[in-house]
Design a protein around this ligand. Sequence first.
Ligand code: TYM
Length: 335
Amino acid sequence: MSETERKKVILSGIQPTGVFTLGNYVGAIRNWGALQEEFDCIYFIADQHAITVRKDPASFRKQTIESYALTLACGIDPKRSIAFIQSHNPNHAQLSWVLGCVTQFGELSRMTQFKDKAAKHADDINAGLFTYPVLMAADILTYNADVVPIGDDQRQHLELARNIAVRFNQRYGEMFTVPEGYYPKVGARIKSLQEPTKKMSKSDDNPNATVFILDDKDTIMRKFKRAVTDSDTEIRFAEGKDGINNLLTIYSCATGKTIAEAEKEFAGKGYGDFKLAVGEAVADYLEPVRTEYARLMDDKAYLKECWTDGAQRAFRLSNKVLTKAYRKIGFVDYR
Ligand code: TYM
């Protein structure tokens, strides 16, 4: 790479709304770690996004710290990457205001996640819930990120961020990089173990639907034993076999084998044996995360040092972009 060429900037975030799920891990965070090898990476805990749903302050603060530790436990190296907590860098919220003024009400009304969340929290459809995708666009654009590793459910939000970037550039002159989404080939949409047509989610009411990355082996095995399959007997990836397709996908992600290899391995075997094998593979896959998380949570001073350093580096980078955007729109310079 020549002096003038810059490394691609990768950026992603996750909400601190409880322990991450197997879906978060497979769909997004495991890629975050892998991308650090080659790129300049920026990862953060999206605590400002999380308050769009009402929270108890004490447990929210605790969950944010736990989520930060989990991110490191999942392989994010805070020296090599920038790893911080969103609210520690005010530039996201500042740019968000500007971007909100180039975003249409109609665009935000079409966001499916807004419609789902508004239905789920009908007693608190706050303005933050509505403008959430603008903040997400600001998260990305304030670093001029090139690539955003996310699961499928964030695709519509990323499209909006791209549209906002293009619109701003057209209106005020070249400013923002138009970001690309980066979706895993396998695992971009891990499904609930109980209703395999729905995505696996942190907030599912059924405790057997979601595998959390800190679940112990017995819990993981129990959840997979109870996983919903179908009335067929064949272990193959096919239309209409949502439960089996999901388990094959999870097995493939946990072992690194392809779906075809997994189908071959389990040809002629029963669903019961298959579910146990998937459970074992997932427990082995997540074990190092559990161990590292426990180690990190014993060293809060180190965690604080990491997030403070991350916020300072994030602020410096994003401030250059924000200052330039302010000039473009015609705010008066005062520095
Ligand atoms: P969040 O916290 O809901 O989820 C974090 C990441 O996990 C992915 N994910 C899944 N992937 C596969 N299967 C699933 N069942 C599954 N469930 C979740 C999500 O797609 C996501 O990549 N708005 C974002 C956080 C955010 C962000 C950003 C992301 C805020 N600003 C800027 C990228 C860039 C969110 O709520 O993710």
